[in-house]
Design a protein around this ligand. Structure first.
Ligand code: IDP
Ligand code: MG
Length: 158
């Protein structure tokens, strides 16, 4: 079984506001499988590398301070079109621009404190998963685990 994987981390505001569980529930209810999960404090070194594309922008330093301010919950989600579906479930970058029904649209207003990171391409997902998890730390699932989420009676997962 080969479903797409993506990496999300719930940023410190999700944890400090005690809505981490609610956010995880949304992904579970959608049908995503959790292939890996760990609570960590993101290091400054990792944060600077992860957000290197924003280096030099006025929000770069405050962004680094934000993501290292408290614990983050790092999760590997597995499912059909995981990268794009999760990005859609997250909403827009700015909470106040995000549609109701999305995570940011239901729980965030800030441009910065927007609760969640999600990989923005399958290539980024692979690289980010590798940063946080060793292969043996990820759980593999079979067709039995998703037989009421997808139609697996054929050779394809539909
Ligand atoms: P994304 O998280 O929606 O992919 P990115 O453009 O990758 O958004 O930006 C990374 C993070 O930097 C955002 O999630 C947000 O926390 C912060 N950020 C982005 N743009 C701004 C801004 O204009 N002001 C303040 N913070 C920002
Ligand atoms: Mg991004």
């Amino acid at each position: 079984m080969k479903l797409e994987r993506t990496l999300v981390f719930l940023k410190p505001d999700a944890f400090k506001r005690s809505i981490a569980g609610e956010i995880i529930s949304r992904f579970e209810r959608r049908g995503f499988l959790i292939a890996g999960m760990k609570l960590i404090k993101i290091s400054e070194e990792f944060a600077r590398r992860h957000y290197a594309a924003h280096k030099g922008k006025d929000f770069y330093e405050p962004l680094i301070n934000y993501v290292i301010r408290g614990p983050s919950l790092v999760i590997v989600l597995e499912g059909k079109n995981a990268v794009s579906v999760v990005r859609e479930m997250m909403g827009e970058t700015f909470g106040s621009d995000s549609a109701p029904g999305t995570i940011r649209g239901d729980y965030a207003l800030s441009n910065r404190y927007n609760l969640i990171h999600g990989s923005d391409s399958p290539e980024a997902a692979e690289q980010e998963i590798h940063c946080f998890f060793k292969p043996q730390e990820l759980v593999s699932y079979g067709k039995d685990d998703v037989e009421w989420i997808y139609d697996v009676t054929d050779s394809d997962i539909v």
